[in-house]
Structures are given as structure tokens and as C-alpha cells.
Design a binder for this molecule. Sequence first.
Ligand code: SAM
Length: 560
Amino acid sequence: MINRDAESGHEMLPEAFQERMRQMLGEEYPAFLETFQRAHCHGLRLNPLKTGLDGRSAAEKYGGAYGEDTGFAHLTPVSWAENGYYYPSWDQPGKHPLHEAGVYYIQEPSAMVAAELLDAQPGELILDLCAAPGGKSTQIAAKMGGSGFLLCNEIHPARAKILSENIERMGICNACVTNETPEHLAEVFPEYFDRILVDAPCSGEGMFRKNEEACGEWSQENVELCARRQDGILDCAARMLRPGGILVYSTCTFAPEENEGSVSRFMGRHGEFVLLPVQKNRLGLAGANGIPEWAEKPVPGMENTLRLWPQRIRGEGHFAAIMKKEAVPGEIYHVADCCKEEYRIRKQSEEKYSLADFVREQRSMRDTPGKARDLISFCRENLQSLTCEDADSLTFSAEEHGREARKEKRGRQVGETKEEKNSRQNLEGMDIVEALGRAAGMKGEFQVIRFGDNLYLAPMEMPPLKGLKVLRPGLHLGELKKNRFEPSHALALALAPKAAVHRWEMKADCAEAMNYLKGQAFHAEGEKGWYLICVDDFGMGWGKLSGGMMKNHYPRGLRK
Ligand SMILES: C[S@@+](CC[C@H](N)C(=O)[O-])C[C@H]1O[C@@H](n2cnc3c(N)ncnc32)[C@H](O)[C@@H]1O
């Protein structure tokens, strides 16, 4: 039954929920209820993969550079998230071209805390098990900075598609998106990951203020159902974590059964895990403790978990806990290193191409000069020549400008045998693919994967995905069409703009940018070919110039 107390602003809250919250909060209950009369906070996270800056510098640069009507001014920091900012309710950053260019992700401020606690490091193997729509995955990827492997999984197909689009929009190169059950993933990846985030499906009580509809669906039975589901998901996560690995569990609900309850039941079943304290002072969240008495069988350290309350902070209700897998009960789990070794060997035997094989195959695809459908020819014509000894500091050569200069030196050079010429061109091809990976943000070693006519880049750490439902096996580079290679939208968003030979610059706050997002073609003069369409120096999509017209290649499904 719904309590309709119009004056209080919480008329939509179910009575049983109110009664339980009254019991839980005691004297603090009126302050909690009062939050339902206030508007909720709005947050966004700046994307360092795009800006190349830390949050503060990016906020100063971009927050200051845009007027009120762009929806990108007035940013104030969220204390617990590195690149997190509040924006005022009158701003509409979701409608701005910079949003489509992946410069930021709109995310509820409290929801930013879980990925901070996961503390992902470059080079690690990380799983986001319940990942759609991708707020936390994109935050984790930002921390990895293009190095290591991120598996983003979502059980619901339609939500997995949205997840994949968000991974693409944010220009992430080292992530794979799957649509799997936790149980199936646990069979495929025993003790594989260094860190796992379980941002669990929950009763969503913490979002009631934002989403009234969720209130109507609330029931005690659903809370209990969610708690049981969380037990199952956490058990799968435990199987996939390597000894010494970190598991972060989070929800956006207040229900004790799904928070302290889920954690203590999990710890009861898994003696190999210990609870780690959340460093609350560092996050500006002193005293935001979990409550041991709210678990049926509390385990030591439960107060070290994190509870966010809307009456205490500028954000919605959230819960998070950090757990570490310590012991290695050999009879249940394999040893992680053995497992990784196994993957490495499988990869070697199953992998279709080495980079060298791939380059050789691509070069043989050039049936007629000028009709090259291979990736290397595309790069030669459309990417600046790059040197990439140090992945962190790409140098783009300005001297080799011009279509002629970029053409492959096809003929034999003086004193060169046929074999030497082939080998030189293969090496050049490998350099080009290597440079493409760097320009797309790859920091470690990577592989090129071909699915039919589609080409992808993926970190070397990505294991074989046979038998899994995969939406995105890495960064989509593009498609080999009949007579040409067509670059993907994902590549436009991941590519460092300075790597593109042809760029078409637009101002983010002008009508031209919105018209491009609507799919409109426009008049333009310049050299024929592919153009990276940029808003304020950020890649937003492709256009193809021919005969004075820029054909619009912004994907139909994303047009405004
Ligand atoms: C809280 S949401 C995740 C939000 C996401 N982490 C983010 O930051 O954008 C929980 C997700 O778990 C998914 N889910 C539902 N049932 C599941 C199950 N049995 N196993 C795994 N995930 C499930 C839901 O579809 C939902 O997308």
C-alpha cells in the first residue's frame, strides 16, 4: 500500500519500506524523509582517455571554456571520485555534442564510489560482472588507461547493447563486452581476474528519489529475491578471482539483507576472503560505516564497509564492500598462474594470426592498385605517419604529408632482392598496425582479430572467447568491404585526433555539430577521402569527402 502524505514529498514510498527505514534510522529518520522533498544531485565524470588530463585540469580547461548554454559550466568536484563532478540541474550536458564525443559520462555521484574502491591498475585483468549501462566499466577503463584487459559483462541482451555503445562512445580500446550468465563465465574464467566488480542487481531503494517508478515495484519479497540472486552472483565472482585478488561488491539499496547481509553470508560461505577497510577519510566520507547489527550473522570488520545516505552527503543511497581472496583451497580452485599459463598456451594454438601473419594476409588483399581493401592501405592514406617507441608519447610526423609521400614504396630498392623487398614491406606493415594501436590508445601488447570481414584490436591478455556470447571482442577497427576498408565509428572515437591526416573541425556549440549528429551531409572543400569529424578537437565520427560534399558516416542508430 502506498502512503499518500502530500506534504511530506515522500507520498510514493511504500508503508512497509517507511516502517523499516524508521526502525533502521531512529532519530535520523526525519532527515532521511526530508531528502524526498529535495531535488537529487546531478553528476558527470570527465573522461581522461579523451581529455588526456586529470579531472581537475580538465574541469578547469573545459568547465571554464564553455558558457551556461552549453551545459558544461559550473562543475564542482565529487570528493570520492577522481574525475567526478556535480553539475547544476539547469545544465543539460547529455544533449551536448561533447557527450557524443565521449568527453564525459553522466553518472549519479554516489554511483562513482564503487569503481574508486576497486582501484583498477594499468595492466591488470579486470571483470565488471554486472556492467550495463556501463557507468562503472567506463570509469574502470579510464583508470586502466588502455593497458590490461577489461571484460564488461551484462546478462540482459538489450542492456548489453547499450553497454557496448557506451564503451565505444568513451573511446575504450582494451575492453570486451559479453552477454553471459555469471555461471557460464565462471566456468570459462576460473581464477583468472585480478579484480572483480559486482555492482549487483538490487531492489534499488537508493534510487527511489530519482526514479519514482521503482517505488511501485518495491516489496519485501523482492528484497529477499534480490538477496538470493546476489548470493549466486557473488559465488561466481569468487570462482573467477585469483588468490590475492580484490572483489568489490556494491548496491544502490538500503535493505540490510542485500548489503551487510549479502556480505556476511558470502564471508560465511567463503573462508578464503577477508574484508578490507574502505579508506573513508581519504574519500571525504568519514563515518559512512556499514552497520554490523544489521546482518544476521555479522563478520568481523563489517563497520569497515561503506554506506552512503542522501541525508548526509550530496548523492543517493549506496553500499559498498571490499573483499580480498587470501587462502588457496587447492581442492576447490586451480592456482591462478597455472590458469593463465593454460590460457597462454590455448591462445597460441588457437590463434589464427600473429601480427606478422595478419599483415601478410592484409597485404595480399590488394587485388588492384587503388582498390586496396586492406587495413594497411587505409592507415597509409589516412593516418599520419607515427613513431611509437614510447607508447606514452606518440610522435606524429609532419614531414611525410601528402598522398604520394604516404604511398607504399612498392618497387624494389637498389640492391634489394625480392625476398628482402617483401620482408621490408611486411615490417613496414607491422609498424603501421603497431602505430594504429598506439594512436587508438593501446598501451601494452595487442592482437588483431578478424571476425568475417570485421577487424578488431584487443589486448594480448584477452583469452580466446570461443563459446561466449560476445558483442564486442575489443576495439572495432572497421570492415573490409568489396573494394575498400571502411573505418568504424568506434575507431573515430578512440583515435587520437592528431593521428588523422584529414580532420574537419567544428565548434561544439554551433549548429553545424548538431547537424552532423542528425546525419546531415554538408558542403566542404578539400582533398578527397576520409575525414575525422571533430568537435573542439575531440573525434566524434567519420565523414567522407568527395566532389565538394562531406558524406555523413555518423551511425544511423545514434542519429539525433
Ligand atoms: C546495478 S545494475 C549495474 C549498473 C552498472 N554497473 C553501471 O554502473 O552502469 C545491475 C545489472 O545487473 C544485471 N543483472 C540482472 N540480473 C542479473 C544476474 N542474475 N546476474 C548478473 N547480472 C544481472 C542487470 O541487468 C543490471 O544491468
